[in-house]
Design a protein around this ligand. Structure first.
Ligand code: PLP
Length: 489
């Protein structure tokens, strides 16, 4: 592992602590000088560390768990679509923290809400009431037309909460014998990294070594209505819920066939099964509607939100349902120390306000259509398909045309061109900028992507990426333990 010799951590930490102390002192002085109604003072943006990119990467590798394989770029400052590394190099963020930054980096309204609430009340715990969560609860319920909200923190926690609600609803209301409730999920799904969430995963990387997984899982192929019908016909009496992403994000922005979600909804009604939509990545205007299910006029029994609900400022997630479902949760059956905390609630109110005030759903719809049309018209031989909805899109690369090059190679080249995105599952590149992207920024990014594609094409034509010799000793591609497919995720 690469180690630094010229860099010492204590110096950096001391520097950071001193900067924070100075900042806190100046804020205190400023508020003490004003009246109790004075506007909160905004701290100046002093850097907390003085790490170079090289130092940050080395320190991360040395002390951080190795559970990601990031591109070699270090975020140091950001604004809207723009990111700068410690050396001042500029990039466009075309991943948006997996759609957590729909409102863009550091939206001023969100920053102001966070600072204001931090200086007023940050945490109460749900052992007591606070005066911000109720306003958030009313707002999110009215925005999405549900009767109740269960606030959590991360997306995976929202998923876990929904699984618990579905099991309890099936046991208490539907009458499934305790311990027999089953949940249907789709092959290729991604619902997070907790044990319950990975228990539905088809990705061997996510599951191998983590057994025993949570039982009570049934799988169907995403988009396969006949398969869902057959599964429900066979097991419907013991099924508590069908859990689906309306568009599978991690799987490579897989859009189901038209009519699938509405028909799945109808099948759930027929078999008295809850329809849970995991909108953690697709929700909050990302796909051109407030919820991706809105494209199909589907109303799920339970909606899961996360990511952009906190506007990239604070982790906050939510489970939305009507009372007949939500009220199976009673005091003592579920909770979270931080769920519904005033800081997160204030940020989420502002996050929803920004989406409405700036009309981000309509923007995502229009800009997404233009984006897909532009790259479809480009007819790059390297791109097999451009797919998605709104500003959740993907290039499916043509693996034959790429020869020995990969989607990862293209992402490295795009990074060198100032555009940040990441491949998902080998040959797919997800493209999901903040919804606040301007026309000029979009044009600039598209030109850079086109230039990079042309460069890669020229390199391939010049023989720079020969197809590697097949390795006879290479292990066969690992297949999903459930569906047996090697490409099922
Ligand atoms: C559809 C979906 N569900 C759940 C999650 C998990 O969210 P978190 O990483 O906040 O736990 C993700 C994260 O990418 C997601 O895309």
């Amino acid at each position: 592992m690469f180690r630094l010799t010229s860099f010492t951590l204590p110096h950096t930490v001391r520097g950071a602590a001193a900067a924070l102390a100075a900042r806190a002192a100046s804020t205190q002085t400023a508020s003490a000088a004003g009246s109790s109604k004075a506007k909160p003072q905004v701290a100046t943006a002093e850097p907390v560390t003085d790490l170079s990119s090289e130092e940050a990467i080395a320190l991360d590798n040395e002390y951080g768990a190795h559970n990601y394989s990031p591109l070699d770029v270090v975020f140091s400052r950001a604004k809207g679509l723009n990111v700068w590394d410690p050396e001042g190099n500029h990039y466009y963020d075309f991943l948006s923290a997996y759609s957590a930054l729909n409102q863009g980096h550091l939206h001023p309204k969100l920053v102001a809400a966070a600072i204001n609430q931090t200086q007023t009340l940050s945490l109460s715990s749900r052992a007591f009431y606070n005066d911000i969560f109720p306003a958030f609860a009313e707002k999110i319920c009215q925005t999405f037309d549900y009767e109740a909200v269960l606030p959590m923190n991360t997306g995976a926690e929202a998923v876990e909460s929904a699984l618990k609600i579905a099991r309890k609803w099936a046991t208490d209301v539907k009458g499934v014998p305790s311990g027999s409730v089953q949940i249907i999920s789709a092959c290729g799904c991604f619902h997070g990294r907790t044990l319950g969430a990975i228990s539905m995963s088809c990705d061997p990387d996510a599951t191998e070594g983590f057994h025993p997984l949570v039982p009570g899982q049934l799988k169907v192929d995403f988009g396969d209505l006949a398969g869902l019908e057959a599964t429900l016909a066979e097991h419907g009496e013991s099924v508590g819920a069908l859990l689906l992403e309306p568009i599978q994000g991690e799987a490579g922005v897989v859009v189901p066939p038209d009519g699938y979600l509405a028909a799945a909804r109808a099948l759930c009604d027929k078999h008295n099964v809850l329809f849970i939509a995991d909108e953690i990545q697709t929700g909050i205007a990302r796909t051109g509607r407030m919820l991706a299910v809105d494209h199909d006029n589907v109303r799920p029994d339970i909606v899961l939100l996360g990511k952009a609900l906190g506007g990239g400022i604070y982790p906050i997630s939510a489970v939305l349902a009507d009372r007949d479902v939500m009220d199976v949760i009673t005091p003592g059956t579920h909770g979270s120390t931080f769920g519904g905390n005033p800081l997160g609630a204030a940020v989420a109110i502002a996050a929803l306000d920004v989406v409405a005030e700036e009309n981000l759903a309509a923007t995502a719809q229009a800009k997404g259509e233009a984006f897909r049309a532009r790259f479809a018209a480009l007819r790059s031989p390297l791109i097999k398909t451009v797919r998605g909805k709104g500003l959740l899109n993907a290039f499916v690369m043509d693996t034959e045309a790429l020869q020995g090059a990969s989607a990862t190679d293209l992402c490295h080249m795009l990074k060198d061109e100032g555009v940040l995105c990441k491949p998902t599952h080998g040959h797919i590149i997800r493209l999901a900028p903040p919804l606040t992207i301007t026309d000029e920024e979009m044009d600039d990014v598209c030109e850079r992507v086109e230039t990079t594609l042309a460069r890669l094409e020229a390199e391939i034509a010049a023989g720079k990426h020969p197809v590697p010799q097949a390795d006879p000793d290479a292990p066969p591609p690992r297949a999903c333990e459930r569906c047996g497919r090697a490409d099922g995720w």
